[in-house]
Design a protein around this ligand. Sequence first.
Ligand code: HMG
Ligand code: MG
Length: 303
Amino acid sequence: KLPSQVTLVEVGPRDGLQNEKTPISTAIKVELCKQLIEAGIHRLEAAAFVSPKWVPQMADGADVLAGLQALPDLQDRTVSYSALVPNLKGMEAAIEAGVQEAVVFTAASEAFTQKNINCTIAESIERFKPVAALAQAHNIHLRGSISCALGCPYQGEVPVQNAAEVALRLRDIGVQEFDVADTIGVGTALRVSQVFEAVGYSVGLNNVAGHFHDTYGQALANILAALQLGVSTFHSSIAGLGGCPYAKGATGNVATEDVVYLLQGMGIDTGLNMHKLVQTGAWISGSIGKPYTSRAGRAVWNK
Ligand code: HMG
Ligand code: MG
């Protein structure tokens, strides 16, 4: 059942940077995106049109997208840019900025939804209805992110079925792709198989992506578990950057370099240039004053 090809949606510029306390310049964000695209990334989560009071680091999303669209070297690349949109206001900003994909986000846990977007799961779905209508009218691919599918920092255990139920409700309002997220990286392989199987029963696995944070070092094992079910889209963050402002202690997404190493070793095509990714990972880590923590990235860098 293993896919022969996997698409990595690079979320470093959004999930990777959103939690950084020191403001990162728009120029660095644009340069990061540029280098990722040069490494072969063609689906890039570049911004979040959320309240700047809640997540100040993402306040310059429109400028980042404008900067990218103005770069002459990228004109011949086909890149699908995405942005998080919590509500209509965010969706309007995303359209204005010219994204190809928008991401509404809710959770498999009530407690997390409340902390993250200040409403219940049911209210979030209601809030997304006009967002979905606008996405459809503008021919924007609509994704729905389901946080805490494998566990919640506030309520702990999350029943296996929850993500599948939320996915169905999202599909009913027009969401086209489902990002099943282990926000705090607590999931382990068997549970991942169960949760993704349940999601597969509800919406099919063709349009499901795995979004794994690596807090407990389980992300690669979890990706393997999902791959074995046939999931062929995963989210990753260059250099493993990141964390979630509403999930204390959560570390970054699985590092793009680590996933590429895994997939290359399994003979699964990603279309990505490992060497270029490693240069980018080392560069962005240094630029924001962090040690370079991708395991595969460091190994390649030190060779
Ligand atoms: P609220 O306070 O309930 O909303 O926040 P509100 O409608 O009352 O608005 C409050 C203020 O925010 C108003 O401004 C609005 O104009 C403004 P004021 O009148 O006070 O000056 N506002 C906005 N500004 C810019 N863009 C917008 C927007 N909407 C309202 N779109 C809201 C509700 C959803 C807006 C807020 O809770 C929010 O922005 N939350 C975002 C939280 C967030 O970004 N979390 C991180 C991303 S999710 C994630 O990382 C998980 C993921 O990676 C998957 C995983 O790992 O689990 C995707
Ligand atoms: Mg995340």
